[in-house]
Design a protein around this ligand. Structure first.
Ligand code: ADP
Length: 385
């Protein structure tokens, strides 16, 4: 362990304790349910070792692993280059850069990029999120106290309340907010100038953003899943920071099975390290990685329990589809949004599931991944069917 200090060690310990407790609590029901059944699944936030969502203890650990500068940010080469141009030209002009919208599945580096933008600009950063801003007054409080050039990061920006969203339009375009004083017919709007700032919005669901909001971002970038080679670089770096002894073959295996997601790669690295420390001499080899990941129910492609539950329900209960998202979500006992945002992008990316206008359909590869033979004709209906 290096410079990350006490907070980091405490968070690690808290995380381990919580996981141990959670494992103990789950032992009984899990034994009764099918190995891949949705029954007995607790909330995905803390249940799954491969959930791309972070919980609160993990955020502390993550902050120690986060690259601080653009040059340390691995992968997403095009986005990195575009951002670098945006930031350099802003610095040259001495003006805040355009507002930035980042979209993509959870755990791919949106928050990290927001922090890097502030660091590269040498500007302070305010972090908030759509759900945290309940009323437009909450947003006015943030915007009206900004310093010139500050970076404001709004995570899950698609979940902003409507009045806050409208306030944001004006703020983004004219650096102005209208503060409403009074109620009913006597209410008046007092315009207030605010300091020029850069908004960085992040969303897992770009399609839900209203067009007027989307149009106000001068720069939009979509983050895609990482290639195993890129994840290898990330795991190598994280292992160095955490002081984990890991062989190259172990790194390769981990990178292959991390769902293309740095957050998952970092988390699996810590779980595999635990395994290596308790069951072996601490050195993470390919064999240790394989056995540990089996224990955590991560398969060779990186699919976790939810991914498999979705695929399993689609194929075994609905004959491979087409089936609607909400029906599928009920079948696996999850929120439709979780299935759509967390499980599906990866399944689609790997060609195991297709989204069609008539519903979700399992592909031939999807059937085969579960060791099943697809029916004679498993054609994915197209838009023109
Ligand atoms: P998001 O905001 O998209 O959910 P984060 O920015 O919080 O994702 O990233 C999750 C974790 O993954 C961070 O702790 C960070 O260390 C790591 N990470 C993400 N992207 C990269 C990257 N390109 N290079 C190195 N680490 C990364």
């Amino acid at each position: 362990m290096t410079d990350a200090g006490d907070a980091f060690a405490k968070a690690e310990e808290a995380e381990l304790t919580r996981r141990r407790t959670a494992d103990g609590e789950r032992a009984a029901p899990a034994a009764g349910g099918g190995p891949q059944g949705p029954q007995g699944r607790a909330s995905r936030d803390d249940d799954s070792v491969v959930s791309p969502l972070a919980d609160s203890d993990e955020r502390v650990i993550e902050s120690a692993l986060r690259p601080k500068r653009l040059e340390d940010f691995v992968g997403q080469a095009r986005v990195r280059e575009q951002l670098s141009l945006l930031l350099r030209s802003a610095l040259r002009r001495g003006r805040p850069p355009d507002h930035v919208l980042l979209s993509g599945p959870p755990g791919l580096g949106k928050t990290t990029i927001a922090m890097i933008i502030a660091a590269e600009l040498g500007a302070p950063l305010r972090i908030t999120s759509g759900p945290a801003i309940e009323r437009s007054g909450d947003l006015a409080a943030v915007l009206s106290t900004l310093q010139e050039g500050e970076v404001v990061f709004i995570d899950e920006i698609h979940r902003l309340a409507r009045p806050a969203e409208e306030m944001l339009y004006l703020a983004m375009e004219d650096f102005r907010v209208d503060i409403v004083v009074g109620k009913g017919p006597g209410a008046t709007a007092i315009p207030l100038d605010i300091a020029p700032f850069t908004l960085v919005g992040a969303t897992t669901r770009a399609g839900l953003l209203p067009a007027p909001l989307r149009d106000r971002f001068g720069f939009t970038a979509h983050l895609d899943f990482y290639q195993p080679e890129e994840l290898s670089v990330i795991v190598h770096r994280s292992a160095g920071l955490l002081g984990v002894r890991i062989e190259d073959a172990g790194i390769g295996e981990l990178a292959q099975r991390s769902r293309g997601t740095p957050r998952i790669a970092n988390r699996l690295l810590r779980r595999v390290r635990d395994y290596a420390e308790v069951r072996a001499d601490g050195l993470v080899t390919r064999e240790i990685t394989r056995t540990a990941l089996e224990l955590y129910e991560v398969d060779e492609m990186g699919l976790d329990r939810l991914d498999r539950a979705v695929l399993d329900a689609l194929i075994r209960r609905f004959g491979g589809g087409p089936v609607g998202l909400s029906t599928l979500a009920v079948a696996v006992g999850e929120e439709a949004e979780t299935v759509e945002v967390v499980a599906e992008p990866f399944l689609v990316r790997h060609g195991l599931l297709a989204r069609t206008p008539r519903g979700r359909v399992a592909t031939r590869a999807g059937w085969e991944h579960l060791g099943l033979t697809p029916p004679a004709i498993t054609e994915v209906p197209t838009l023109f069917d």
